[in-house]
Design a protein around this ligand. Structure first.
Ligand code: RIB
Length: 308
Protein backbone atom coordinates (compact mmCIF):
# COMPACT_ATOMS: atom_id res chain seq x y z
CA UNK A 1 0.00 0.00 0.00
CA UNK A 2 1.38 3.47 -0.88
CA UNK A 3 1.61 5.97 1.99
CA UNK A 4 0.86 9.23 0.22
CA UNK A 5 -1.90 9.28 -2.36
CA UNK A 6 -1.55 12.06 -4.91
CA UNK A 7 -4.58 10.99 -6.94
CA UNK A 8 -7.46 8.78 -5.82
CA UNK A 9 -9.66 7.69 -8.71
CA UNK A 10 -13.09 6.43 -7.68
CA UNK A 11 -14.68 4.85 -10.72
CA UNK A 12 -14.91 2.26 -13.43
CA UNK A 13 -12.72 -0.36 -14.98
CA UNK A 14 -13.66 -2.06 -18.22
CA UNK A 15 -12.10 -4.48 -20.71
CA UNK A 16 -12.02 -2.75 -24.10
CA UNK A 17 -12.81 -4.93 -27.15
CA UNK A 18 -11.73 -2.72 -30.02
CA UNK A 19 -12.58 -3.42 -33.67
CA UNK A 20 -10.94 -1.20 -36.27
CA UNK A 21 -13.49 -0.78 -39.07
CA UNK A 22 -13.60 0.68 -42.57
CA UNK A 23 -17.29 1.36 -42.06
CA UNK A 24 -20.05 0.36 -39.66
CA UNK A 25 -22.65 -2.20 -40.81
CA UNK A 26 -26.21 -1.20 -41.70
CA UNK A 27 -29.14 -3.04 -40.12
CA UNK A 28 -29.02 -6.76 -41.00
CA UNK A 29 -25.65 -6.45 -42.74
CA UNK A 30 -22.37 -8.19 -41.91
CA UNK A 31 -19.19 -6.28 -42.67
CA UNK A 32 -15.64 -7.54 -42.40
CA UNK A 33 -13.37 -5.46 -40.15
CA UNK A 34 -9.62 -5.33 -40.73
CA UNK A 35 -8.43 -5.86 -37.14
CA UNK A 36 -9.24 -6.27 -33.47
CA UNK A 37 -7.42 -5.53 -30.22
CA UNK A 38 -8.27 -6.11 -26.61
CA UNK A 39 -6.96 -3.78 -23.93
CA UNK A 40 -7.58 -2.37 -20.48
CA UNK A 41 -10.01 0.53 -20.36
CA UNK A 42 -12.87 2.08 -18.45
CA UNK A 43 -12.83 5.80 -17.85
CA UNK A 44 -11.78 5.57 -14.20
CA UNK A 45 -9.01 3.04 -14.80
CA UNK A 46 -7.76 5.00 -17.81
CA UNK A 47 -7.49 8.17 -15.76
CA UNK A 48 -5.67 6.32 -12.97
CA UNK A 49 -3.20 4.78 -15.41
CA UNK A 50 -2.52 8.10 -17.14
CA UNK A 51 -1.76 9.83 -13.82
CA UNK A 52 0.42 6.95 -12.68
CA UNK A 53 2.41 6.81 -15.93
CA UNK A 54 3.20 10.49 -15.47
CA UNK A 55 4.60 9.78 -12.01
CA UNK A 56 1.71 10.35 -9.57
CA UNK A 57 1.12 8.03 -6.60
CA UNK A 58 -2.30 6.71 -7.54
CA UNK A 59 -4.91 4.61 -5.74
CA UNK A 60 -8.05 3.24 -7.33
CA UNK A 61 -11.40 2.51 -5.74
CA UNK A 62 -13.21 0.22 -8.16
CA UNK A 63 -14.93 -3.14 -8.51
CA UNK A 64 -13.58 -5.75 -10.92
CA UNK A 65 -15.52 -8.78 -12.14
CA UNK A 66 -15.38 -12.33 -10.77
CA UNK A 67 -13.97 -13.61 -14.07
CA UNK A 68 -10.67 -13.70 -15.95
CA UNK A 69 -11.07 -10.08 -17.06
CA UNK A 70 -11.33 -9.12 -13.39
CA UNK A 71 -8.14 -11.02 -12.53
CA UNK A 72 -6.28 -9.45 -15.46
CA UNK A 73 -7.56 -5.97 -14.63
CA UNK A 74 -6.32 -6.26 -11.05
CA UNK A 75 -2.90 -7.39 -12.35
CA UNK A 76 -2.88 -4.44 -14.75
CA UNK A 77 -3.30 -2.00 -11.86
CA UNK A 78 -0.34 -3.62 -10.10
CA UNK A 79 1.75 -3.48 -13.28
CA UNK A 80 0.95 0.24 -13.48
CA UNK A 81 2.04 0.86 -9.85
CA UNK A 82 -1.51 1.67 -8.73
CA UNK A 83 -2.51 0.96 -5.11
CA UNK A 84 -5.13 -1.83 -5.20
CA UNK A 85 -6.20 -1.75 -1.56
CA UNK A 86 -9.48 -0.23 -2.82
CA UNK A 87 -9.99 -2.72 -5.66
CA UNK A 88 -12.87 -5.09 -4.83
CA UNK A 89 -14.02 -8.22 -6.66
CA UNK A 90 -17.75 -8.21 -7.38
CA UNK A 91 -20.33 -10.96 -7.87
CA UNK A 92 -20.74 -10.51 -11.60
CA UNK A 93 -18.62 -10.35 -14.72
CA UNK A 94 -16.19 -7.54 -15.42
CA UNK A 95 -17.33 -4.46 -17.31
CA UNK A 96 -16.68 -4.70 -21.05
CA UNK A 97 -16.77 -2.17 -23.87
CA UNK A 98 -17.18 -3.14 -27.54
CA UNK A 99 -15.54 -0.21 -29.37
CA UNK A 100 -15.52 0.59 -33.09
CA UNK A 101 -12.75 2.83 -34.41
CA UNK A 102 -13.07 4.25 -37.92
CA UNK A 103 -10.15 5.04 -40.24
CA UNK A 104 -10.16 8.75 -39.29
CA UNK A 105 -9.65 7.79 -35.61
CA UNK A 106 -13.24 8.49 -34.51
CA UNK A 107 -14.74 5.99 -32.11
CA UNK A 108 -18.13 4.63 -31.03
CA UNK A 109 -18.35 2.89 -27.66
CA UNK A 110 -20.88 0.60 -25.96
CA UNK A 111 -20.34 -0.04 -22.26
CA UNK A 112 -21.63 -3.01 -20.28
CA UNK A 113 -21.01 -1.91 -16.68
CA UNK A 114 -20.94 -5.40 -15.10
CA UNK A 115 -19.26 -5.35 -11.68
CA UNK A 116 -18.91 -1.55 -11.80
CA UNK A 117 -22.53 -1.41 -10.59
CA UNK A 118 -21.34 -2.92 -7.31
CA UNK A 119 -19.26 0.13 -6.39
CA UNK A 120 -21.86 1.40 -3.92
CA UNK A 121 -21.72 4.32 -1.45
CA UNK A 122 -21.16 1.79 1.39
CA UNK A 123 -17.86 0.76 -0.22
CA UNK A 124 -16.64 4.34 0.16
CA UNK A 125 -17.29 4.24 3.90
CA UNK A 126 -15.37 0.94 4.15
CA UNK A 127 -12.43 2.56 2.36
CA UNK A 128 -12.61 5.94 4.03
CA UNK A 129 -8.89 5.82 4.86
CA UNK A 130 -8.05 6.06 1.13
CA UNK A 131 -10.34 9.05 0.76
CA UNK A 132 -8.84 10.88 3.73
CA UNK A 133 -5.29 10.40 2.41
CA UNK A 134 -5.90 11.71 -1.13
CA UNK A 135 -4.59 15.05 -2.40
CA UNK A 136 -7.29 15.07 -5.07
CA UNK A 137 -10.22 12.78 -5.94
CA UNK A 138 -11.24 12.06 -9.53
CA UNK A 139 -14.77 10.92 -10.47
CA UNK A 140 -16.56 10.00 -13.70
CA UNK A 141 -20.01 8.55 -14.48
CA UNK A 142 -19.58 4.82 -15.18
CA UNK A 143 -20.48 3.83 -11.60
CA UNK A 144 -23.79 4.36 -9.74
CA UNK A 145 -24.59 8.08 -9.33
CA UNK A 146 -25.28 7.70 -5.55
CA UNK A 147 -21.63 6.60 -5.21
CA UNK A 148 -20.42 9.78 -6.89
CA UNK A 149 -22.71 11.91 -4.75
CA UNK A 150 -21.42 10.21 -1.59
CA UNK A 151 -17.83 10.69 -2.78
CA UNK A 152 -18.45 14.40 -3.31
CA UNK A 153 -19.93 14.76 0.19
CA UNK A 154 -17.02 12.89 1.78
CA UNK A 155 -14.47 14.91 -0.17
CA UNK A 156 -16.08 18.13 1.08
CA UNK A 157 -16.11 16.81 4.65
CA UNK A 158 -12.35 16.12 4.49
CA UNK A 159 -11.55 19.19 2.40
CA UNK A 160 -10.24 17.30 -0.61
CA UNK A 161 -10.59 18.87 -4.08
CA UNK A 162 -12.82 17.07 -6.58
CA UNK A 163 -12.17 16.69 -10.30
CA UNK A 164 -15.43 15.56 -11.88
CA UNK A 165 -15.55 14.23 -15.43
CA UNK A 166 -19.27 14.00 -16.38
CA UNK A 167 -18.67 11.15 -18.83
CA UNK A 168 -20.49 9.38 -20.26
CA UNK A 169 -23.20 12.03 -20.32
CA UNK A 170 -25.99 11.18 -17.86
CA UNK A 171 -28.40 13.27 -15.96
CA UNK A 172 -26.20 15.06 -13.45
CA UNK A 173 -27.91 16.30 -10.28
CA UNK A 174 -27.18 20.01 -10.51
CA UNK A 175 -27.29 20.49 -6.76
CA UNK A 176 -23.92 18.70 -6.42
CA UNK A 177 -22.18 21.19 -8.69
CA UNK A 178 -21.32 23.78 -6.01
CA UNK A 179 -19.22 21.07 -4.32
CA UNK A 180 -17.24 20.34 -7.52
CA UNK A 181 -13.93 22.18 -7.82
CA UNK A 182 -13.01 21.20 -11.40
CA UNK A 183 -15.67 20.00 -13.83
CA UNK A 184 -14.15 18.58 -17.03
CA UNK A 185 -16.79 17.84 -19.72
CA UNK A 186 -16.18 17.46 -23.42
CA UNK A 187 -18.38 19.48 -25.77
CA UNK A 188 -21.19 16.94 -26.06
CA UNK A 189 -21.30 16.45 -22.28
CA UNK A 190 -21.41 20.23 -21.86
CA UNK A 191 -24.42 20.37 -24.18
CA UNK A 192 -26.06 17.45 -22.37
CA UNK A 193 -25.81 19.28 -19.03
CA UNK A 194 -26.67 22.82 -20.16
CA UNK A 195 -28.88 22.07 -23.22
CA UNK A 196 -26.91 24.86 -24.95
CA UNK A 197 -25.19 24.71 -28.37
CA UNK A 198 -21.40 24.37 -28.57
CA UNK A 199 -20.63 24.58 -32.28
CA UNK A 200 -18.37 27.62 -31.93
CA UNK A 201 -15.86 28.63 -29.27
CA UNK A 202 -18.16 31.55 -28.35
CA UNK A 203 -21.06 29.14 -27.77
CA UNK A 204 -18.83 26.82 -25.77
CA UNK A 205 -17.73 29.72 -23.57
CA UNK A 206 -21.36 30.71 -22.97
CA UNK A 207 -22.35 27.15 -22.05
CA UNK A 208 -19.35 26.80 -19.71
CA UNK A 209 -20.29 30.12 -18.06
CA UNK A 210 -23.79 28.74 -17.47
CA UNK A 211 -22.19 25.95 -15.43
CA UNK A 212 -20.41 28.55 -13.31
CA UNK A 213 -23.82 29.99 -12.54
CA UNK A 214 -24.78 26.55 -11.12
CA UNK A 215 -21.93 26.94 -8.63
CA UNK A 216 -18.96 25.01 -10.11
CA UNK A 217 -15.67 26.75 -9.32
CA UNK A 218 -13.85 25.87 -12.57
CA UNK A 219 -15.05 24.44 -15.87
CA UNK A 220 -12.47 22.96 -18.25
CA UNK A 221 -13.95 21.91 -21.59
CA UNK A 222 -11.96 19.43 -23.67
CA UNK A 223 -12.48 20.14 -27.38
CA UNK A 224 -10.44 17.41 -29.11
CA UNK A 225 -8.17 18.80 -31.82
CA UNK A 226 -9.38 22.32 -30.95
CA UNK A 227 -7.70 22.14 -27.53
CA UNK A 228 -9.26 23.04 -24.18
CA UNK A 229 -11.09 25.97 -22.61
CA UNK A 230 -10.92 27.00 -18.95
CA UNK A 231 -13.53 29.25 -17.36
CA UNK A 232 -13.65 30.50 -13.79
CA UNK A 233 -15.55 33.36 -12.18
CA UNK A 234 -14.20 36.89 -12.60
CA UNK A 235 -11.70 35.96 -15.31
CA UNK A 236 -11.59 35.92 -19.10
CA UNK A 237 -11.82 32.42 -20.58
CA UNK A 238 -8.44 30.78 -21.23
CA UNK A 239 -8.11 28.86 -24.48
CA UNK A 240 -5.31 26.31 -24.92
CA UNK A 241 -4.65 25.48 -28.58
CA UNK A 242 -5.09 21.98 -29.91
CA UNK A 243 -2.03 20.03 -31.01
CA UNK A 244 -1.44 19.35 -34.68
CA UNK A 245 -1.09 15.56 -34.61
CA UNK A 246 -2.11 12.70 -36.85
CA UNK A 247 -5.06 11.05 -35.05
CA UNK A 248 -5.03 7.27 -35.38
CA UNK A 249 -7.33 6.36 -32.46
CA UNK A 250 -9.02 8.91 -30.19
CA UNK A 251 -10.36 6.32 -27.73
CA UNK A 252 -9.53 7.37 -24.17
CA UNK A 253 -8.09 10.78 -25.12
CA UNK A 254 -10.48 12.54 -22.71
CA UNK A 255 -9.38 10.19 -19.93
CA UNK A 256 -5.73 10.88 -20.75
CA UNK A 257 -6.50 14.58 -20.31
CA UNK A 258 -8.29 14.08 -16.97
CA UNK A 259 -5.62 11.75 -15.55
CA UNK A 260 -2.79 14.03 -16.64
CA UNK A 261 -4.59 17.10 -15.29
CA UNK A 262 -5.03 15.34 -11.92
CA UNK A 263 -1.33 14.50 -11.83
CA UNK A 264 -0.13 18.04 -12.60
CA UNK A 265 -2.71 19.53 -10.24
CA UNK A 266 -1.66 17.22 -7.38
CA UNK A 267 1.96 18.14 -8.10
CA UNK A 268 1.08 21.75 -7.38
CA UNK A 269 1.33 23.18 -10.90
CA UNK A 270 -0.74 26.23 -11.82
CA UNK A 271 -4.08 25.45 -13.45
CA UNK A 272 -2.87 26.83 -16.77
CA UNK A 273 0.19 24.61 -16.72
CA UNK A 274 -1.87 21.59 -15.71
CA UNK A 275 -4.29 22.22 -18.60
CA UNK A 276 -1.50 22.79 -21.14
CA UNK A 277 0.28 19.61 -20.11
CA UNK A 278 -2.95 17.58 -20.01
CA UNK A 279 -3.84 18.82 -23.49
CA UNK A 280 -0.41 17.76 -24.77
CA UNK A 281 -0.64 14.34 -23.11
CA UNK A 282 -4.10 13.71 -24.60
CA UNK A 283 -2.76 14.65 -28.05
CA UNK A 284 0.06 12.13 -27.72
CA UNK A 285 -2.47 9.45 -26.82
CA UNK A 286 -4.37 9.74 -30.12
CA UNK A 287 -1.26 9.08 -32.20
CA UNK A 288 -1.26 5.34 -31.51
CA UNK A 289 -3.88 2.63 -31.25
CA UNK A 290 -5.61 1.51 -28.07
CA UNK A 291 -6.78 3.13 -24.87
CA UNK A 292 -4.29 2.70 -22.01
CA UNK A 293 -1.84 1.23 -24.52
CA UNK A 294 -1.54 4.66 -26.09
CA UNK A 295 -0.62 6.51 -22.88
CA UNK A 296 3.10 7.40 -22.72
CA UNK A 297 4.99 6.66 -19.51
CA UNK A 298 7.15 9.72 -19.32
CA UNK A 299 6.54 13.46 -19.42
CA UNK A 300 6.66 14.55 -23.04
CA UNK A 301 6.40 18.33 -22.93
CA UNK A 302 4.62 19.78 -25.94
CA UNK A 303 3.72 23.23 -24.74
CA UNK A 304 1.54 25.55 -26.78
CA UNK A 305 0.49 29.15 -26.59
CA UNK A 306 -2.30 30.13 -24.24
CA UNK A 307 -4.81 32.80 -25.25
CA UNK A 308 -6.91 34.89 -22.91
O1 RIB B 1 -13.23 6.92 -22.48
C1 RIB B 1 -12.87 5.73 -23.12
C2 RIB B 1 -13.38 4.56 -22.34
O2 RIB B 1 -14.79 4.60 -22.34
C3 RIB B 1 -13.01 3.24 -22.91
O3 RIB B 1 -11.84 2.74 -22.35
C4 RIB B 1 -14.23 2.39 -22.61
O4 RIB B 1 -13.94 1.36 -21.70
C5 RIB B 1 -15.27 3.32 -22.06
O5 RIB B 1 -15.37 3.22 -20.70
Amino acid sequence: MIKDIDVLVIGSNVMDLISYVDRLPHKGETVEAPSFEMGFGGKGANQAVAASRLGAQVAMLTCVGNDNFGVETRANFVANHIDISGVLTGHQSNGVAPIFVESNGDNRILVVQGANTELTPEVLLDKIDLIKRAKVIVLQQEVPMPTNIKAIHLAKKYNIPIIYNPAPAHKLPLDVLPAVDYLIPNESELTAITKMPVSTVQETKAAARRLLSFGVANVIVTMGDRGALWITAGQEATLVDGQDVNAIDTTGAGDAFVGAFAHYFARGESLETAIIQANAYAALSVMTRGTQKSYPSVSHHMTKEVHA
